[in-house]
Design a protein around this ligand. Structure first.
Ligand SMILES: Cc1cc2nc3c(=O)[nH]c(=O)nc-3n(C[C@H](O)[C@H](O)[C@H](O)COP(=O)(O)O)c2cc1C
Length: 155
């Protein structure tokens, strides 16, 4: 199963590319922070990454399978608040969690932080895929190619 959170749809395109490659079902996580704009959004977004609680997801699944992909944006160097909330509020103990993070300039430091968050939640960190995004929505076909290459290298 592929769980994803997106605000400006870039991660959504990446999650769809992942779905095309793996054939796994997609589950979009809804977060009320998506109704905020401007300064209020910026404030809540930063707060959500500083706090271990993250920020609320309205449609949390009751349970997750033993291996999942979790996709979302990087905010201020960390996985976005709704992803942190997801990790903290669903039972992921023993679950293998692969992460796909999108960001303007993803870094190795982002990867290390993300692994820490996963480990603290008691799950088994899987592969971490970092996808660089621009101001434009990524093209699905290009992303499928790029992701395939990254995934093959990680195996
Ligand atoms: C509040 C905020 C903080 C961000 N911080 C980072 C960052 O630290 N590093 C980075 O690479 N991208 C950062 N970005 C850019 C987003 O991660 C990037 O645009 C992402 O692909 C958006 O995904 P989405 O369209 O699925 O919401 C930030 C964006 C926002 C809104």
């Amino acid at each position: 199963m592929i769980f994803y959170y997106t605000r400006t749809r870039k991660t959504q395109v990446a999650a769809q590319a992942l779905h095309e490659i793996t054939g796994l079902d997609l589950y979009g996580l809804d977060a009320d922070i998506n109704n905020d704009t401007g300064l209020r959004f910026a404030f809540r977004a930063i707060k959500s990454v500083i706090s271990a609680k993250g920020c609320p997801v309205g449609n949390m699944p009751k349970a997750v399978p033993g291996e999942i992909y979790l996709c979302g944006p990087i905010w201020a160097g960390e996985m976005a608040g709704p992803l942190k909330y997801f990790i903290r509020n669903v039972d992921v103990s023993g679950t293998k969690v692969h992460l796909l993070l999108t960001g303007r300039q993803p870094s190795e430091q982002n990867r290390e932080r993300a692994v820490k968050v996963l480990t603290q939640a008691g799950c088994q960190p899987g592969n971490i895929y970092l996808i660089a995004t621009t101001g434009e929505l990524p093209e699905q076909d290009l992303l499928v190619e790029q992701l395939r290459t990254i995934m093959e290298a990680a195996d």
